[in-house]
Design a binder for this molecule. Sequence first.
Ligand SMILES: CC(C)(COP(=O)(O)OP(=O)(O)OC[C@H]1O[C@@H](n2cnc3c(N)ncnc32)[C@H](O)[C@@H]1OP(=O)(O)O)[C@@H](O)C(=O)NCCC(=O)NCCS
Length: 366
Amino acid sequence: MAAAITGTGVAVPPNVVTNDDLIRIMDTTDDWIRSRTGVASRRFVDPGTGTSDLAAEAALDALADAGVDAAAVDVVVCATMTPDRQNPGIAGAVQHKAGLDATAVFDLRQQCSGFLFGLDLADMLITTGRAGTVLVVGAEVHAGYLPWGDAWDIVLGRVDRAPTADERDLATRHRAWSVLFGDGAGAMVLRDEPGRAASDTAARVGILGSVLRTDGTHADLIEVPGLGSEQRPYADAAQIAAGLHHPAMNGGGLYRLAVETMPAAVQDVLEIAGCKLDDLDLVVAHQANDRILEGARRRLGAGAEVMPSNIEHWGNTTAATLPILFHELRERGRVGPGSLVAFTSFGAGAHWGAILYREPGGAEAA
Ligand SMILES: CC(C)(COP(=O)(O)OP(=O)(O)OC[C@H]1O[C@@H](n2cnc3c(N)ncnc32)[C@H](O)[C@@H]1OP(=O)(O)O)[C@@H](O)C(=O)NCCC(=O)NCCS
């Protein structure tokens, strides 16, 4: 048995926010954001649209692409760090909104690595015979996190006024992390694809190997410190006033760990599967920041053609970056029969890893 990706889909919201739009409410420049992060624009939902709405849209897109009926989905795995509400998670809402009859749904909380962990779970379910069709979705609505209050209307060009001094001060204090993120969703349908003998790596298809890692000692590199069970009450005005509901980020620490761990995980998974770097057609890496990607490329010895970036248009969509990028590469014909692809990510927690995948339909089919 082998878990193969038979369909992909995406959902991105309509509101495009460029770096110049951000300049209206904070002290920053297009040059600073582009040169430090690679982001030129990102998308945001309107109030009232939740993560499960984007997730359900991407799920239906992926099912249509796979030609799979909603009734055939056995398990739904949803990864997000921005659920519609504190609880429950979004997987039940996605099941409902997409009209799926899945018997079981999972919510994963591995932030930027959520989709990667979801792929591995799908592989385990399929290769053990527990499920025939698994839908994995990564989705985020970061808009609610952003400390822009009424200044959102200025960002979106919906009012003609300058921000107040307080609005500008708040947005500027949070500029290091807030310029990185965007909203979006991506989904994949995975199904059993009978592969060849497991001993013959070159002939195997689907997910060939996986390396997942967690080091909880790094949990404070990026976290939302408030609004949780450690607090009593878990939500109150004092925490909001102290800004504990916004992410706190150690940008330098994240950079160093991400650049080190993603290439190492790719090397490890290649070794486990008996493959070499030169065998890879693509490395689909988490789109946290173009500088991280550049550092990871250097360390791995891979060029931008093999390890591409799309952060310029979407920003960091956290759990959605891997499926959105893979979908775009597939649409552009970069994934064909027999393509060998490494997925890799690093995210808050800290969780990271790599998964090796071979697209069916190549020489193994001969
Ligand atoms: C966030 C990141 C781009 C910041 O880059 P950096 O070079 O480390 O910048 P620093 O935080 O040291 O700040 C340098 C200066 O730029 C300023 N700055 C921060 N954000 C800014 C912005 N959006 N616009 C203009 N200036 C900004 C800082 O205030 C600081 O000014 P100072 O020197 O006067 O104090 C970088 O650390 C990074 O890419 N880290 C990884 C973060 C990430 O990927 N997070 C998501 C992972 S899940």
